[in-house]
Design a binder for this molecule. Structure first.
Ligand SMILES: [Cu+2]
Length: 143
């Protein structure tokens, strides 16, 4: 192969790799079968004080910090008193709490009354997986 042909072949390979990367980036990250996110604590129906430690659980997937693209991983997002779920295929915004360092628990201060908590896993771009990996929404009472 001449040098020119070699250069063209390398360029063609680079272009097709870029095209593939662009195609992959447009796809939501997939979640494996059996992936499950759940709230370990508190439990649905619990009565708690105003300072609440929320412990996140995840099975059949791994936790990775935001920005790190690894298959079958994501980071947690906590939804407090949210009626609607995050839109599919779009990064979650500031209306949910991101745990982009890979945290698996947090402490929140809540007013007395009833509150709902729900977790949604997001990929390296904060986009819910396909299919979405989200916990059941639990209700707690704060006294
Ligand atoms: Cu996020």
């Amino acid at each position: 192969m001449t040098n020119m042909k070699k250069a063209l072949a390398v360029a063609a390979a680079a272009i097709s790799a870029l095209g593939l990367a662009a195609t992959l980036a447009a796809q939501p990250s997939t979640a494996p079968e059996g992936a499950k996110v759940y709230i370990v604590s508190p439990q649905h129906g619990d009565t708690v004080g105003t300072n609440v430690t929320v412990v996140f659980g995840l099975s059949n997937m791994g936790v990775a910090p935001a920005g790190i693209a690894m298959p079958n991983t994501g980071h947690h997002h906590l939804l407090i008193n949210k009626e609607e779920l995050p839109a599919a295929g779009q990064p979650m915004g500031a209306d949910v709490t991101h745990f982009g360092l890979g945290q698996t628990q947090t402490s929140v201060t809540l007013e007395p009354g009833q509150h709902t908590l729900q977790l949604v896993l997001g990929d390296h771009l904060h986009i819910p997986h396909s299919p979405p990996v989200m916990s059941e929404k639990i209700t707690i009472t704060v006294e």
